[in-house]
Design a protein around this ligand. Structure first.
Ligand SMILES: [Fe+2]
Length: 575
């Protein structure tokens, strides 16, 4: 049975394919179109997942969308009427969204590029159950509390309930206009980061500040019986229509905060203005308030479900500072699985899983062990790309390749590391990564300024051998998806200067041999040379989607001034 999951109505458009319940391929549309967070019908992604599985359109049994025109209709209609009465115009987006649904099925059928079976069935899975499915069905838990937290999807910003074997029960929801994601996005915009997906910059900035605006944040975002409430005086999205459009393929969201929020927290920063102490303190305060609201809420989820394990997804689940506090006394959970593609990209996968298990009752497959679900390229394809670019290379066996590369890293060189299937989700986890020496504190500034061309405050993350992570960090857990940030042990701070954030934490990716043999070999070679079982790992890109093809890797390598490029078993050194 073939189920195609599609995220076409939200940012990070994507496609995923389940074959007899097993996840065989998943990829974001941005990886092909090269437009960050690309929205709209993921034509290229759909074609690629089918091609990868050797399937034709006619083989498909089900198509599952991660949005539903039927969800919470009465509430939506109520909002449209109240809004129209107040402002004398209809929220156009809600109407165009409906029109979009009507054409979506046809667009997908066209994208499939061939005749489909007359038995092909289309399913519209509500957005939050799709997020939740991507976490629960991908987890190892037979039973768990389940929760999703994001900006907004199908008029809902947060949902929770339970998962038991094949069944989900998601009966608790927080509705529009109250949203933790919108709260964080509004502060992100106020701080001068206007692009879709910039929230992680605020998360990175927060540890530099002190939360002196916490009393103000408590007025903006209040706890309530339903979970939380946004004081609408400080926001625009309920009173007015906030623009949500796709511009040249990229999602654009209008200003969410109101004049009142700038009166409360000070004027908005222009993107061109320097970041000062107040900006850092606003970031710290928003982050502190988010944690102050989410953790007790998760404790309530724990108490009401009686389940000791939690499965989590939704864009807010990419907040590693929150994630690092979930397990333990503050919530009562003793285990957590967070879907690595927690943002809307993961809903293609979740919608397909919801149809497979919850709706059709198919047995669950093995848990999701890694994110290497995208396109891969052979050594010959890499060679052809290098020859086309006129670059010389050496072909090396794995052991020599890792030893040589580790030597370059220890000398302070910057390496583009490209191997195997590309990652699904926002993090590069060793297959499309830029790696360098985690010991050299200066690498952070060199990378931010020279290679990545991004804000100087932004931290870098380490990839650490799983078998040694507990020696370096205050954790005994496996963290293969870079979704938690434990404290660095004091005796290691000096040796992990480039990957230790200002608050003494590191957003770790643990690497084991079973999940990624080649990357594990590279880190092991660096360990043999230096005694440090870790590398600095950042995504292989420069203000663009992560590179997908060898050609894109070569272009980025040249443009971003890296020293060494490894494409599969081929090594290119610039000097
Ligand atoms: Fe979402």
């Amino acid at each position: 049975m073939l189920i195609l999951g599609v995220n076409a109505m939200h940012a990070d458009a994507s496609a995923a394919l389940l074959v007899d319940g097993r996840l065989v391929a998943a990829v974001e549309e941005e990886r092909f179109t090269r437009i960050k967070h690309a929205s709209g019908t993921p034509v290229e992604a759909i074609r690629w997942v089918l091609e990868h599985a050797g399937a034709k359109a006619a083989d498909l049994d089900h198509v599952a969308f991660s949005k539903s025109p039927h969800a919470h209709r009465a509430r939506r209609a109520g909002h449209v009427l109240v809004h129209a009465a107040r402002t004398r115009h209809l929220p156009l987006q809600r109407l165009t969204a409906r029109r979009r649904f009507l054409s979506l099925d046809e667009e997908i059928r066209a994208a499939l590029g061939g005749p489909v079976s007359s038995e092909l069935r289309t399913h519209y899975v509500e957005h939050h159950p799709a997020h939740i499915s991507s976490a629960f069905y991908a987890s190892e838990f037979d039973e768990a509390a389940v929760c999703s937290i994001d900006g907004l999807g199908d008029f809902v910003s947060m949902a929770w309930g339970t998962g038991r074997d094949r069944r989900l029960d998601v009966s608790n929801r927080v509705f529009f206009p109250h949203s933790l994601g919108y709260f964080y996005t509004a502060v992100t915009q106020l701080l001068g980061f206007p692009n879709y997906g910039d929230e992680y910059k605020v998360m990175g900035l927060a540890p530099y500040g002190s939360p002196r605006y916490l009393p103000e944040m408590r007025r903006v975002l209040r706890a309530s019986d339903e979970g939380f409430r946004l004081d609408q005086r400080y926001f625009r999205h309920e009173r007015e229509e906030v623009e949500w459009r796709v511009d040249g393929g990229a999602p654009v969201i209008g200003t969410l905060y109101s004049q009142e929020l700038t009166e409360l927290l000070g004027p908005a920063r222009l993107a061109s203005e320097p970041i000062d102490e107040r900006h850092r303190d606003v970031a710290a305060s928003a982050q502190a308030r988010l944690e102050e609201v989410i953790l007790p809420l998760l404790a309530r989820v724990r108490a009401s479900t009686g389940m000791p394990a939690l499965c989590l997804a939704g864009g807010v689940a990419l907040n590693v500072t929150v994630n690092s506090r979930i397990i333990g006394a503050e919530t009562g959970f003793d285990a957590v699985f967070i879907q690595p593609a927690a943002s809307d990209a993961g809903t293609s996968l979740g919608a397909a899983m919801h149809v497979a298990h919850h709706q059709l009752g198919a047995a669950r497959a093995a848990p999701m062990r890694d994110v290497y679900l995208g396109p891969s390229f052979s050594s010959e394809q890499c060679r052809d790309a290098l020859e086309q670019a006129g670059l010389g290379y050496e072909r090396l066996d794995l052991k020599s390749l890792c030893r040589r590369t580790a030597g370059y890293i220890a000398e302070g060189r910057i390496i583009g590391w490209f191997q195997g299937s590309m990652e699904f989700g926002p993090r590069a986890l060793g297959n499309r990564s830029i790696v360098c020496d985690p010991r050299r504190s200066e690498m952070k500034d060199v990378l931010n300024a020279r290679t990545k061309r991004r804000e100087a405050f932004r931290p870098f993350a380490p990839s650490v051998l799983t078998e040694r992570v507990a020696e370096l960090y205050e954790t005994d857990g496996v963290s293969p998806f870079m979704l938690t940030a434990p404290r660095v042990r004091p005796e290691w701070r000096d040796r992990l200067g480039a990957v230790t954030h200002v608050d003494g934490t590191g957003r770790i990716q643990t690497v084991d041999r079973e999940r990624n043999e080649r990357y594990w070999q590279l880190i092991s070679a660096f360990e043999a040379l230096t005694g440090v079982p870790a590398l600095l790992n950042t995504s292989f890109n420069e203000n663009e989607p992560i590179v997908c093809t060898p050609k894109e890797a070569i272009a980025c390598f040249l443009r971003a001034d890296m020293d060494v490029l490894v494409l599969e078993d081929l090594l290119v050194s610039r000097n």
